[in-house]
Design a protein around this ligand. Structure first.
Ligand code: NAP
Ligand code: GCO
Length: 264
């Protein structure tokens, strides 16, 4: 029988007090997992715990900056003691800076690389030894359309998410023999606070040109929602995907398959 259950599993989803991470953690809890999440701010951890509670989920929240190796090691040790060894890790925490490349400082570029690429490396390397001891593990890296495509103003983000796709393949290559599967999810354009500026109404009440552009570029003809990522995440976290490794599952309403509307 196909097993999508996460009963008895401990799942850490980084940056999951709201947005995509929150939806993925909620789906995991509904599939039976115990949820652990972190955020960089105490206030957001508290808000997150309350939001999970509203859904009937008891989530364990920790304050931790995922770019800080010491903080990550301390958090993972604490999770192992207080909740259990992590079976499922979702590297979800991420930031974007939309700045034309020639106007971007090296410090700004590094900051994006730090959160979106270095942090998944740091958290994975701290979590993998426990998975090896346990004899299994699932790592899901939240990639992007920008793991495949470029566009104006997102050079650092695209470099980081392209790198994250390759880190995904490398973790799969290096730790597959320990029954660890590392896959990516590449969300399309999803309505969350991160993309809110791209959907803001114009002064005259009309839609943001980028909003209209994305809807036209998406065969599904809409923005995605965090809930669209729930099923794919549960699949990649469950035994049902035990022979799927090093893959990026694009959940994009068809954007990557589509050349775009022909001009009238
Ligand atoms: P979001 O709404 O901005 O949420 C990201 C979360 O990560 C926030 O809770 C944020 O906390 C946290 N975070 C940022 N830096 C952190 C750090 N150093 N340590 C710990 N937590 C940190 O983003 P989202 O749209 O849900 O995106 C989640 C992931 O999906 C990101 O990796 C993003 O790049 C990716 N993604 C998003 C889309 C989309 O269309 N929305 C599409 C493809 C991929 P603060 O609020 O405190 O900053
Ligand atoms: C942007 C967007 C994207 C999305 C997402 C696409 O400015 O182009 O923010 O990068 O967030 O990652 O998959």
């Amino acid at each position: 029988m196909v097993n999508f259950s996460l009963e008895g599993k401990v799942a850490l989803v980084t940056g999951a007090s709201y947005g995509i991470g929150f939806a993925i953690a909620t789906a995991f809890a509904n599939a039976g997992a115990t949820i652990v999440f972190n955020d960089i701010k105490q206030e957001l951890v508290e808000k997150g715990i309350a939001a999970y509670q509203e859904k009937g989920i008891t989530a364990h929240g920790y304050v931790c900056d995922v770019t800080n190796e010491e903080q990550v090691s301390a958090m993972v040790a604490q999770i192992e003691q207080e909740v259990g060894v992590i079976d499922i890790l979702v590297n979800n925490a991420g930031i974007i800076k939309r700045i034309p490349m020639c106007e971007m400082s090296a410090a700004e570029f590094r900051q994006v690389i730090d959160v979106d690429l270095n942090a998944p490396f740091i958290v994975s390397k701290v979590v993998i030894p426990g998975m090896i001891k346990k004899g299994h593990g699932k790592i899901i890296n939240i990639c992007s359309m920008m793991s495949e495509l470029g566009r104006e103003t997102v050079s650092a983000y695209a470099a980081a998410k392209g790198g994250l796709k390759m880190l995904t393949r490398n973790i799969a290559s290096e730790y597959g023999e320990f029954n660890i599967q590392c896959n990516g999810i590449g969300p399309g354009y999803i309505a969350t606070p991160q993309t809110a500026p791209l959907r803001e109404r114009q002064a005259d009440g009309s839609r943001h040109p980028f909003d209209a552009f994305i809807v036209a570029k998406t065969p599904a003809a809409r923005w995605g929602t965090p809930e669209d990522l729930m099923g794919p995440a549960v699949f990649l976290a469950s035994d049902a995907s035990d022979f799927v490794n090093g893959h990026v599952l694009y959940v994009d309403g068809g954007i990557l398959a589509y050349i775009g509307k022909q001009p009238k």
